[in-house]
Design a protein around this ligand. Sequence first.
Ligand SMILES: [Fe+2]
Ligand SMILES: [Fe+2]
Length: 295
Amino acid sequence: MIEILNVDHFCQAVPDLEKQSDFLQKVLGLLPSKISHQTDFDNQVLSIPGNSRLGWELMSPNTNKSFLHRFLDGPRGPGLHHMTMRVQSIEKTKNQLIELGYEPWGAEGNVVYLHPQKGGQGFLFQFYESNDEDVWYDTEPFTDNEKNTIGIKSVDHIAHAHKNVSGLVDWYQKTFGFSPYNGDSDNTSSGEEFKIGLLQLPSKQLKIEIIAPAHPESFVQKFLNERDTSVHHLTLEVEDWDRAIAALDFHGIRTFGERSNVGAEPLWHEAFIHPKETGGVLLQIFWQAKPGLWE
Ligand SMILES: [Fe+2]
Ligand SMILES: [Fe+2]
């Protein structure tokens, strides 16, 4: 098992970094760091408001030959490119990868990868050795008090689409030591459209939701046909529902799939923002009156 300290950031690859950065700042309320220019790509890390202590990295190609074009033109692009987890020691992580039967990929300095097609279940995982004093963006929790932003409270979960829920639940437990959310069963269930499994990190920083098609016509099956096993959506909890909806209206961003609990007093709301509006990532936003109500 790979011993994870926490999730450090996730990274989105897009064709136009400045346009995407504008969306993340003006609509989602993220705080930017400086854009840096690498040999093959430009990148920028933004801090996510609320209490998740996560960075959101952006990468875009700056040459015709950049490796990022393959991703951007492939079935998963543009969209989430990798997720980075902080570990105590890269040497130890390499050995743990080998023990799990995977080849440590792209090892360089304080970084090593688990390749999407060679064990990563369709997603690129980066492991990054760093200590607390050596974090490269602002990880202190902060409240977003800007105008016309949705007001993120936390990143609740990342949803991973796969054909087999219990297989992937097992995989996350064996590979990273994630545990089933809320209890000791495997926490999987089945709805009409999809099957679901919910896991959380040992640090409880965020959850991983695994979704699989419940039947061949399911939207999850359509997603798997188009984009293959990969991240399906990212879920953000907002501080104030009316503010979030007003901010999206202000920017002319439409939502779909709105749902609320029934009853006089609202207990939770949810809605989705299409990947076309977000640079390739389906965003789910929700509000809940009390922690834990929405699940
Ligand atoms: Fe990264
Ligand atoms: Fe979800």
